[in-house]
Design a protein around this ligand. Structure first.
Ligand code: COA
Ligand code: MG
Length: 293
């Protein structure tokens, strides 16, 4: 799975920001058709994304689009979103306010049809699900297993607190359980877990603290809303040179031991066994050193 240390939202109706985003050194850019766009602007946003994105070179940055969620009452918005943006061949679709598996089935079916029409490899367009309502968090396990297209669970704190009637606070204690529950479920089903937005976008120290905490908990990345947040967050989710060196030594010792046919080994007076080897591999993955794994 590709690295998604920072996932930058860009309002789909703001061409200037879309162009700016293409030039940033960011793992993922998510052109937004949902909450970052007013209802009267939805059609403009769709058209802007479809017109501007194919023009731009995003380099190694992954291009994602966040659609409006299909709901029992209304699938028209989501349908129009997909019709407009799938032809630009986004690497993935971000589905917000997911509350039940059918919503991902619904999107996956349309994505699969588009892949056939566009002659793309089956399964190449990925899905990322945002859990940000009480029901979404409650149904997280079923949602996590909805489709093999799913790469990540994302937790959204602002919508979640609004939905349950909690008051948002800098301590994040009101979202602690849900945030960790989404993380746990993502890991249980081999998915990435992406953390909350830090909305005070001028406060880069607070952002760094929150991002480091999330990385230490096991999150793979974090949603961001402003270019200044990108390097701070990507650094927090990148292992330090010391961590990389330690991981390399573990893998090296493990390879030597395996040649000798031993499963458990000692390194600097510490026992090294499978979980530590897996953790070392994850460190190299997070450092972008895929070829050494
Ligand atoms: N993506 C790309 N470029 C962005 C950007 C974003 N998300 N946010 C700001 N920029 C650009 C601005 O256009 C500006 O570029 P310019 O000087 O070349 O015009 C530069 O970065 C500095 O922006 P700044 O003036 O500090 O911020 P702002 O007042 O223009 O915008 C926000 C503040 C919060 C409105 C803006 O960051 C934003 O739109 N964020 C995304 C919001 C969103 O998508 N929300 C829904 C998902 S939670
Ligand atoms: Mg929202």
């Amino acid at each position: 799975m590709r690295r998604r240390r920072a996932l930058l939202y860009v309002p789909g109706d703001q061409e200037r920001k879309i162009r700016k985003a293409a030039g940033l050194d960011v793992d993922s850019v998510c052109l937004d058709l949902e909450d970052g766009v007013r209802l009267e602007q939805k059609a403009v946003a769709r058209a802007t994304v479809a017109r501007v994105a194919p023009d731009l070179d995003f380099g190694t940055t992954e291009l994602l689009v966040r659609i409006n969620p299909p709901t029992r009452e209304n699938t028209a918005l989501a349908e129009s979103d997909l019709t407009a943006v799938l032809p630009i061949r986004p690497a993935g679709i971000v589905v917000p306010k997911v509350e039940a598996p059918w919503q991902l089935h619904w999107v996956a079916y349309r994505v699969q049809q588009a892949e056939e029409t566009l002659d793309l490899p089956p399964g190449s367009i990925r899905l990322l699900a945002i859990l940000e309502t009480a029901r979404g968090v409650e149904n997280r396990s079923a949602i996590a297993q909805a489709t093999p297209r799913l790469d990540a669970l994302i937790f959204g704190a602002e919508d979640f607190t609004a939905d349950i009637g909690a008051q948002r606070s800098p301590s994040n204690t009101e979202v602690l359980f849900a945030r960790q529950a989404v993380l746990l479920t993502a890991k249980a089903y081999g998915l990435q877990a992406l953390d909350i937005v830090y909305i005070r976008y001028r406060d880069l120290e607070g952002l760094a603290r929150e991002a480091r905490e999330a990385a230490a908990w096991g999150f793979d990345g974090k949603q961001v809303i402003h270019p200044a947040q990108v390097p701070v967050v990507q650094e927090a989710f990148t292992p330090s040179p010391d961590e990389v060196a330690a991981a390399r030594r573990v893998l090296e010792a493990y390879r030597r031991a395996r040649q000798r046919g031993e499963g458990v080994i000692g390194l600097d007076g510490r026992m090294i066994d499978r979980p530590m080897v897996e953790a070392a591999r994850r460190v190299l993955h997070r450092a972008g050193l895929e070829d050494e794994i």
